[in-house]
Design a protein around this ligand. Sequence first.
Ligand SMILES: Cc1cc2nc3c(=O)[nH]c(=O)nc-3n(C[C@H](O)[C@H](O)[C@H](O)COP(=O)(O)OP(=O)(O)OC[C@H]3O[C@@H](n4cnc5c(N)ncnc54)[C@H](O)[C@@H]3O)c2cc1C
Length: 261
Amino acid sequence: MATPPKRAPRIMHVSTKTWVTRNMIRVTCHADWIKTLDAGIEGAHFKLFIPKPDQTDAAFVTELENGPRPDVRTYTIRYIRPDLGEIDIDFVDHGDAGPASAWARRCVSGDLAGFAGPGPIKLKEFYADAYIVAADMSALPVAAATLEAMPRDAKGVAFLEITTPEDQQNVAAPKGVDVHWLIHSDPHQQVTQSVDLIAALPEFTGPVQTCIAGESSMIKALREEIINRRGVPKSDAYISGYWKIGLVEDEHQAAKRAEAV
Ligand SMILES: Cc1cc2nc3c(=O)[nH]c(=O)nc-3n(C[C@H](O)[C@H](O)[C@H](O)COP(=O)(O)OP(=O)(O)OC[C@H]3O[C@@H](n4cnc5c(N)ncnc54)[C@H](O)[C@@H]3O)c2cc1C
């Protein structure tokens, strides 16, 4: 059977931009096709296609449709309002070194970006006795969306690493989930605080589900702790590297694929 042609990424326009916290930029985008997406897909990832600085809209659209492929990075739907055709995307502001962070810093109302996806949400059903959530700022959108989707009687613990105390956000976590905000002031320095705190938790006595994501070295250590040492089934453990110190996303994704072989 012939492979169907790949659909070109869809186009969305920037509506508004705000700094939700000191190092987190929220960009709201709108498009008519967003009205066809499902409500409740907060936490799903998608591919963001990014125009170059000073590129015209026409040149960007031509690249999206015919190549060469523009810069592409992976982001999370923080909020979706299908009735309004809007999504909110929270970008870690880590300066102008990466095309996505730089775009979030410079974009203004009316600018274009491309979208492919969305992928699946990370925890589709909630059936655990206890939940373990851990995230750095890149994974705060998925962690917050997951905490907000949990049943209100859920129990567990969340370790959320932020760059400054001003990066703490309001997250509507269930009362039974202890949320700890940890300061990790230089994301380019590896720290083990989340790993140490999770390793110190009592042994699990019932089903556990996890939503853990962030910088790759923390993820490696947590995968070892949660899956290999504590025996949580892989199907219950969302544990994913979202970026790696010193690598741009394409290099990080290639490293992940090589490790998975
Ligand atoms: C499934 C998934 C969902 C994701 N969702 C989000 C999201 O909603 N919000 C979000 O901000 N990120 C998210 N990320 C992470 C994001 O894709 C990466 O951080 C990406 O590298 C950013 O692209 P960039 O163009 O800004 O930087 P790149 O060009 O990829 O990298 C440039 C430099 O910046 C460094 N760098 C990359 N990310 C960070 C960071 N977070 N902090 C400090 N330095 C960094 C790199 O190591 C490199 O040295 C997600 C990743 C995945 C896999």
